[in-house]
Every structure is written in structure tokens, then in C-alpha cells.
Design a protein. Structure first.
Length: 136
């Protein structure tokens, strides 16, 4: 869960802090540190692979958020994850934790997909289960 302190947003977990501060090992960050020669997304090939791209703009991530009923503004970035609008079907008491788990799950999928050399892995989110629960 995320909480604020006097210095701004301060997550309770290191992974969340890395995410909201765009410090995860995205290709954009690795390119900036001269680890990689280019920063384009291997998964979709169309954008620079930033944390915001991976968690919200990557086509699979966009579909994921839409499927579970969470909409965001186009200017919204990972730094704003604590301001995502909560759909009525997700309990308020657990929404922050739910969002972070979703982000973590998307990151894991990205890592699994990009580790398959020369092939784009088909994401397996269990989206059919999400859709069935949402409709039911």
C-alpha cells in the first residue's frame, strides 16, 4: 500500500518505490545508463520502454486495466499510481494493495515475455477469469 510523507509519495515496499520513481530496470533506464544501445520496447516495438509504458501503455497492460475496470488519463504515469480511480467492484480498503499487485503482475509478465528470445510470448493473465468475475 502507498502512503504519503513530507517528501512526497513513499511506498511501504522497495518494489513499489522503484516503480513510482521510474527506477525499475526498463530499457529506457538501462539505455540512459549506457547498458543498452536502444530503448524501444521489445514487446510491442512501438514505444520507448519506460515504467509508464510497461505498466499502462503497453497494449497488453492497457487491455488488462480496461478489463478490470480501471481507467486512467492519457497523461497519467507511474508516479500517479496512487491516484487511480477505484471502480465500485473493488473494496476501498484493499485498493492500494490491489493496484500494486496488478503492477507487479504486469512487470512479471514483461520479464517472462522478454526472456523468450526471438519470440513474443503470449501473455497469460488469467484474463478470462477476471472477465468472468467482472460480468458475474
Amino acid at each position: 500500500m502507498l502512503q504519503r510523507n513530507s517528501s512526497g509519495l513513499a511506498p511501504r515496499s522497495t518494489s513499489a518505490w522503484l516503480l513510482v520513481n521510474d527506477r525499475i530496470q526498463s530499457k529506457a533506464n538501462l539505455h540512459r545508463r549506457h547498458v543498452l544501445d536502444e530503448a524501444s520496447c521489445d514487446l510491442c516495438g512501438c514505444d520507448t520502454e519506460t515504467a509508464t509504458h510497461l505498466i499502462f501503455d503497453w497494449p497488453v497492460a492497457s487491455s488488462f486495466w480496461a478489463l478490470i475496470g480501471i481507467q486512467r488519463q492519457s497523461t497519467f504515469g507511474v508516479r500517479d499510481v496512487h491516484t487511480l480511480p477505484r471502480p465500485s467492484h473493488i473494496p476501498a480498503a484493499h485498493f492500494g494493495t490491489f493496484v500494486l499487485l496488478c503492477c507487479w503482475h504486469l512487470w512479471k509478465q514483461r520479464t517472462a515475455s522478454s526472456s523468450v528470445k526471438g519470440a513474443r510470448a503470449k501473455p497469460d493473465y488469467g484474463l478470462d477469469d477476471c472477465q468472468a468475475k467482472k460480468e458475474g
